[in-house]
Design a protein around this ligand. Structure first.
Ligand SMILES: [Zn+2]
Length: 68
């Protein structure tokens, strides 16, 4: 097997790794409920896509708390 003739310096290794990173998620905003959504995906909160209701969201968040 071929082997590199010389070792990479630490500086050269770090320079190589400057391009190796995870980009932050690019999120869009739902036109119906203004929540963050993935681009080209149905909104998981309200079920809208392109201004139209695509799916029915059955489970609703329990925000109401019992007042005593
Ligand atoms: Zn929405």
């Amino acid at each position: 097997m071929a082997l590199p003739k010389r070792r990479f310096s630490r500086s050269r290794t770090l320079k190589k790794r400057t391009h190796k990173k995870v980009d932050p998620l690019s999120l869009g905003v739902c036109t119906h409920c203004q929540s963050l959504i993935l681009p080209h995906h149905i909104c998981q909160v309200c079920g809208f896509y392109d201004g139209k209701q695509i799916i029915e969201i059955k489970a609703k968040k329990k925000k109401e708390k019992k007042k005593q």
